[in-house]
Design a protein around this ligand. Structure first.
Ligand code: F0G
Length: 451
């Protein structure tokens, strides 16, 4: 079976190449920009390769009750919209995707919005949204005969890559910034058998180095510069549209690090519009941490037309990135969809994370920028009370337990960082208390908390 119907288009100069012609660093040899996967068959309106909207909606829903391996994946369930493999039989899956969409009643009430939801991508097999992109790109690596795959990572990409490489029987190399990733994520790479190098540099330094390494050795690069990653990562857009019965929400809010994910989700919604599955795109807003905010700065300085790399610092280590590779794609998504790009402080992130915890969901710090960002957008008056808003929670709360414990112990923030939010923080903190092992002592503690 030949399912492969795609080509790659450079987002800079528009050059088109066959998938197999891509350079090891996935940069255009003519202009240095990144590529995007496109499907020429979709353009011929009556063409036999153009998917039929009504038939697809029915087929994808049917597959939810199928026990076939590919149908059980929330990525490959939508395989008609990502025909990137010569044979779908080569797909490496851990049954990723099909993640829950939760209502957030408390946050909705506090913000005066009726329809506020969280799409929890932390409920994927390795605990982050990276699984949806790893199943697609690592399957391409396997099909093309690579023995080694590699990524630079702030932790989640490496955890996902290591898991999928182990499933596929491929060897994998992980480059991480020394001391700047959460233990949960590092432990996953070890558990799944990756070769992990902790480098005395930041994420941007790791990626720069790896870009040179893959030019010298037959290693397949699995960072989100690889356009096949974005094909898998666009599928949550399909799940969201399906969950709203193909009426898209008004607004989707996404954290921004290397900016692959916002690019992918924008591509997903754009394709749904092009194929007639939905009528419009949601507004897509990207939120960054204040200390790692090159795109937010760029939107203030020049409306997102150029970017100034920076030395990045944030406790939300997943998005500690100063020179995001996919900034141009993400800026286009924000412009095309009518969304915003802004940043939030460390204290705002910590409060939002604790509030998401109180909804019974929890998430890792980088995911919480979405709720913190929504509060700012509400305060600016650009999100109305009748709008339907979806926050994309990217990682599971157990990824970074140290952060959570530090918050509840009161040791996370410096006092000057918390100014103005002290009351909220105190109200949310639930430190564990040392209590005598007696009934009276435990009940007395309860009284103190309830009364
Ligand atoms: N949220 C989490 C939990 C992440 O791990 C990342 C990125 C992002 C948001 C930002 O997504 O980079 O597509 O804009 N983590 C990467 C990694 C960089 O190596 O795990 P992005």
């Amino acid at each position: 079976m030949n399912d492969n119907l795609h080509q790659l288009r450079c987002i800079g100069c528009g050059t088109r190449i066959a998938g197999a012609e891509a350079q090891p660093d996935f940069r255009c040899v003519l202009c240095g920009e990144l590529f995007e996967v496109e499907y020429p068959g979709w353009e011929q309106r009556q063409g036999s390769d153009r998917p039929n909207a009504g038939a697809l909606k029915w087929l994808w829903r049917e597959r939810r009750s199928s026990s076939e391996t590919l149908d059980r994946s929330g990525v490959w369930r939508f395989r008609e919209l990502l025909p990137i493999l010569d044979s779908f039989g080569d797909a490496v899956t851990l049954f990723e995707g099909n993640t829950p969409l939760y209502h957030l009643p408390r946050a909705a009430k506090a913000l005066g919005i009726d329809q506020l939801y969280a799409k929890h991508q932390g409920m994927n097999p390795s605990g982050s949204f990276k699984d949806t992109g790893m199943t697609s790109a690592l399957s391409v690596a396997k099909e093309r005969g690579f023995e080694w795959v590699a990524c630079a990572s702030t932790g989640n990409t490496s955890a996902a890559m290591a898991a999928y490489a182990a499933r596929a029987g491929l060897k994998c190399l992980v480059l991480i910034p020394d001391g700047k990733i959460a233990w949960g994520k590092l432990s996953q790479a070890m558990d799944y058998g990756a070769v992990t190098c902790q480098l005395k540099t930041d994420f941007d330094g790791c990626l720069t180095l790896l870009t040179e390494i893959v030019k010298q050795a037959p290693i397949y690069l699995l960072n989100s510069v690889n356009p096949y990653r974005l094909e898998g990562q666009k599928t949550p857009a399909f799940e969201i549209a399906e969950a709203f019965d193909w009426n898209v929400p008004d607004h989707l809010i996404v954290p921004g690090g290397n900016l692959g994910n916002s690019s992918a989700l924008g591509k997903g919604f754009r394709e749904l519009v092009e194929l007639g599955l939905v009528a419009r795109m949601p507004k897509i807003s990207v939120i960054q941490a204040e200390g790692a905010n090159p795109l937010a700065r760029s939107f203030i300085a020049n409306d997102g037309t150029s970017i100034e790399p920076m030395d990045a610092h944030t406790r939300a280590t997943a998005i500690r990135i100063g020179n995001p590779a996919s900034w141009r794609k993400a800026a286009k998504v924000i412009h095309d969809s009518g969304g915003w790009c802004l940043d939030v402080t460390e204290a705002e992130i910590s409060v939002a994370k604790a509030e998401i915890g109180r909804e019974g969901l929890g998430c890792e710090p980088a995911s919480a920028v979405t709720l913190a960002g929504l509060k700012k957008l509400r305060a600016k008056g650009v999100v109305g009370s009748s709008e339907t808003v979806v926050l994309l929670l990217t990682g599971h709360t157990l990824k970074d337990a140290d952060y959570t414990i530090d918050f509840h112990r009161g040791t996370l923030l410096k006092p000057e960082e918390a100014i103005g939010l002290e009351k909220q923080i105190e109200g949310l903190r639930r430190n564990a208390v040392a209590v005598d092992a007696t009934i009276d002592a435990v009940l007395a503690t309860l009284k103190g908390k309830v009364g």
